[in-house]
Write a protein that binds this ligand. Structure first.
Ligand SMILES: [Zn+2]
Length: 276
């Protein structure tokens, strides 16, 4: 953020915007607030109001330079100073604008609360199911940890829910791109979930162990920030993964299986998914 000789901060809202900024306590109507932002910003802006609880403001710069802004409704009650900070934030987020917006959110926490979606009820944590028809995941996990000299206190494992309720193999996406996630790791619950497809003699024991091993490594190697992205399978992760005792066989089996099942090589899991 540049400052000119007079100390005026670049990006401050113009006088017109300041004049129309709502007084503290009032909630500007959506259209008026959009107009104010449009007048205060040098590029075109699309504003969506949200009832988010956590993400109060976000801004994405589009290829054509325009901005797409998502703003919690409570910002419509911004006083002139906060509005100025918002404009600066949208032009170029910096520590001072962030701090000012955070201070506003703090001082008007009741309003933010009132304009937020009701908190999501945490899903009742179903007890991990380890026993399948062919495999007991508790035993698989124990073997994997012991074979590789690993210890992860508190780590739990479960078959994931049966297909059809959202945790099933994903065959969606764009045409011709299908995928399946054999395993996932939930850091919050320290829980490995394994796809029930693996509860079958069609999959050799070492392959299931490989999938479990991979997910154990997610517990041991948390994702790392890599610029704006999160690196889930870091080089250290991959190096450790190759230490799986039957790594080559497992990879080969997976390749052959995917080829037979999907008829071609595929992507597996999303970019940010911790998946095999
Ligand atoms: Zn993974």
């Amino acid at each position: 953020m540049k400052k000119d000789a007079g100390g005026k901060t670049e990006g401050s809202p113009g006088p017109q915007a300041l004049k129309t900024a709502p007084r503290a306590g009032e909630l500007a109507c959506e259209a008026a607030f959009r107009d104010m932002l449009a007048a205060a910003l040098p590029v075109s802006v699309r504003v969506f109001f949200t009832a988010n609880r956590r993400q109060l403001v976000s801004v994405a710069r589009q290829r054509d330079g325009s901005l797409t802004v998502r703003l919690q409704h409570a910002f419509r009650a911004a006083d002139a100073e906060t509005f100025g900070a918002l404009v600066r934030f949208l032009r170029r987020p910096d520590a001072s604008s962030k701090a000012q917006l955070a201070a506003f959110a703090e001082s008007r926490s009741g309003l933010f609360e009132a304009l937020s979606d009701p908190p999501r009820k945490p899903r009742p944590a179903s007890a991990p199911r380890t026993r399948g028809r062919f495999r007991d995941l508790a035993l698989v996990l124990k073997k994997v940890l012991s074979d590789h000299g690993l210890a992860v206190p508190g780590l739990a494992i479960s078959w994931s829910a049966a297909p059809g309720n959202g945790e099933s193999p994903s065959r969606g996406g764009s045409a011709g791109r299908r995928s399946i996630r054999f395993g996932s790791y939930c850091a919050g619950r320290k829980l490995i979930r394994i796809h029930p497809l693996l509860d079958s003699p069609d999959f050799p024991a070492y392959f299931t162990e490989y999938v479990v091993y991979h997910e154990v490594l997610h517990a041991l190697y948390p994702p790392k920030a890599n610029g704006a992205r999160r690196s889930v399978h870091t080089p250290e992760f991959r190096a450790r993964e190759r230490m799986f005792i039957r790594y080559d066989e497992a990879r080969e089996f997976e390749k052959r299986w995917r080829l037979a099942f999907f008829g071609g090589p595929l992507r597996c899991g999303g970019r940010n998914r911790q998946s095999v």
